[in-house]
Design a protein around this ligand. Structure first.
Ligand SMILES: Cc1cc2nc3c(=O)[nH]c(=O)nc-3n(C[C@H](O)[C@H](O)[C@H](O)COP(=O)(O)O)c2cc1C
Length: 188
């Protein structure tokens, strides 16, 4: 049994730097953490009228979140906040009333932009929403990526300061998950 992290990437585009970065981080995190990418592009726009008979993609999404030991939200920054796609997924995960799939899960937030802000504004707002839905978000270390060529090479985080920082993040997040759910179970 490994510690399974449900990873949600807030950008839907195929060349997303957030997805590229998250996939490379997933490789770095093994074997401590096993990333499972939970797709959100097929979720309908949240509508309470649909709650009586949850659409299949919503059922699939909620099952995948509930099956994970922890959640990682990977956010782009759109107009100084996190994406509408991510907010839509958050809504579905939190509903119907009494069936909040997020409740009590250890969580972390990271994000990448192409500019200097590094998703600081988006993460700040996302952190507040994540608390409201019952995620226990690790406070430190914070990771704000101002994405540059060469940070990810052949799908792996390149050697250097960023890799060191991220190794520290993997240790910190693993410890956080362990504190909330029991010891982290590394893959054999
Ligand atoms: C609609 C839109 C709004 C954006 N707003 C911001 C912003 O507020 N701050 C920022 O740093 N970058 C902003 N950007 C640039 C994104 O950081 C950049 O497009 C990034 O590549 C998006 O992440 P992705 O590659 O994972 O899709 C914006 C991009 C789009 C498309």
């Amino acid at each position: 049994m490994t510690t399974k992290v449900a990873v949600i990437v807030g950008s839907l585009r195929k060349d997303s730097v957030n997805r590229l970065f998250a996939e490379a981080l997933g490789k770095l995190a093994r074997p401590k953490l096993q990333f499972h990418f939970v797709e959100i592009g097929d979720l309908p726009l949240y509508n309470q009228d649909l709650e009586g008979d949850l659409p299949a993609p919503v059922q699939r999404f909620k099952r995948e979140i509930e099956a994970a030991d922890a959640v990682l939200l990977v956010t782009p920054e759109f107009n100084r906040t996190f994406s509408a796609a991510l907010k839509n997924a958050i809504e579905w995960g939190s509903r119907p009333w009494g069936k909040n799939s997020w409740a009590g899960k250890p969580a972390a937030i990271i994000g990448a932009t192409l500019g200097a802000v590094g998703t600081a504004a988006a993460q700040s707002q996302l952190r507040s929403v994540a608390g409201a839905i019952g995620l226990h978000v690790i406070a430190n270390p914070e990771i704000y990526i101002s994405f540059q060529e060469g940070q990810v090479v052949n799908g792996e985080i390149a050697e250097g300061g960023l890799k060191q920082l991220l190794n520290g993040w993997v240790d910190g997040f693993s410890e956080w998950i362990g504190r909330l759910t029991g010891p982290v179970r590394a893959a054999a």
